[in-house]
Design a protein around this ligand. Structure first.
Ligand SMILES: C[S@@+](CC[C@H](N)C(=O)[O-])C[C@H]1O[C@@H](n2cnc3c(N)ncnc32)[C@H](O)[C@@H]1O
Length: 209
């Protein structure tokens, strides 16, 4: 089964309880959105938007003149994001139920958010498809889980076990930011959650090889 199919199967099981399980990490979502330094009128892209937990924060940043674009491949997660939009009556969100590897975006983004989307950030084709459609100079922010330093040994079993139910590539957490980093001309990162998480920001390079 393809990694995308496996991921869709996992999120079919997680969708209903997802928002409750994500409560503990909401402060990191907020921090990642703040790193985007959004301005009124910006177009911001939420990659792997899930149930749309970041939509309200992003809309507050871009204002009424701006626009939130979002993509999400799980039909069940996407349905919850649609319900969120309807509940709030938001009109300046364009979102679509499609994989990051092949989605075509309606316009280039000024800012791109990768919040807890490990399977996407570990897939070069997905990162390339998203970032080649964003503006040169776009602000990029990301947050997620990572392994503790190697010398902490068994602690990483905990990181792996927490990641495994959600992600298809739970073993690939040493430097989960490094594919996105290759697209950036400046990149800063710091550890969170006592070393089990990271948050980062970068600027998309002006030229792409
Ligand atoms: C842990 S959730 C994060 C959701 C949201 N960004 C948040 O902060 O709550 C990861 C999401 O990425 C989506 N996803 C995984 N692989 C994807 C892909 N290749 N294309 C689009 N979405 C994908 C999953 O369906 C899931 O909704």
């Amino acid at each position: 089964m393809s990694p995308n199919r496996q991921s869709v199967d996992r999120y079919r099981r997680h969708a209903a309880g997802y928002d409750a399980s994500a409560r503990r990490t909401m402060s990191l979502r907020r921090r990642a959105v703040a790193l985007l330094d959004l301005r009124p009128g910006d177009v911001v892209l939420d990659v792997g938007a899930g149930t749309g937990l970041s939509y309200e924060l992003l809309l507050a940043g871009v204002g009424e003149a701006g626009r939130v674009l979002a993509i999400e491949q799980s039909p069940e997660m996407f349905a919850l994001a649609c319900a969120r939009i309807e509940r709030h009556g938001w009109t300046n969100v364009w979102h679509c139920n499609a994989p990051a590897e092949t989605v075509e975006l309606p316009e280039p983004a000024d800012a791109v958010l990768f919040n807890y989307v490990h399977d996407i950030t570990r897939t070069p084709q997905a990162v390339a498809n998203i970032l080649r459609q964003s503006k040169p100079g776009a602000r990029i922010a990301m947050a997620g889980m990572k392994y503790f330093p190697w010398w902490t040994g068994p602690l990483n079993l905990l990181a792996w076990a927490k990641n495994r139910p959600y992600n298809v590539r739970p073993g690939d957490m040493w430097q989960p930011w490094d594919i996105v980093e290759t697209w950036c001309e400046s990149f800063e990162r710091r550890s969170t959650q006592a070393g089990m998480g990271y948050i980062a920001r970068g600027i998309r390079r002006g030229t792409v090889d």
